[in-house]
Design a protein around this ligand. Structure first.
Ligand code: SF4
Length: 94
């Protein structure tokens, strides 16, 4: 079972929220780079998958801007997230 305190290990705990909540995908590059080297990326991705998040960068995926997120943007983000989880699990479990 995942460590219930995994969030404390997230690299985003040392970065301001303004980096993660940006209006465009292009501006999300800095946050995505933070997530790519996060030690709890899989835990984060699985938690986000089970959530109804519709904005910001989570687990290296940009979900959109809260003021203007479209359904297709969120759908694309969820597909990207699922692919990430599959990749991470294949690396972890072989
Ligand atoms: S993957 Fe990104 S959003 Fe998730 S805990 Fe790590 S740094 Fe934070």
């Amino acid at each position: 079972m995942a460590d219930p305190h995994w969030r404390d290990q997230g690299r985003c705990t040392t970065v301001g929220p303004d980096v993660f909540f940006v209006r465009t995908r292009a501006k999300a590059a800095d946050a995505i780079a933070v997530c790519e080297r996060c030690p709890v990326l899989l835990e984060c991705a699985e938690t986000v998958e089970a959530s109804r998040i519709t904005s910001g960068v989570h687990a290296g995926v940009w979900f959109g801007d809260s003021a203007a997120t479209s359904g297709s943007t969120v759908a694309r983000a969820r597909q990207e997230l699922k692919a990430l989880i599959d990749d991470l699990k294949s690396v972890t479990h072989g």
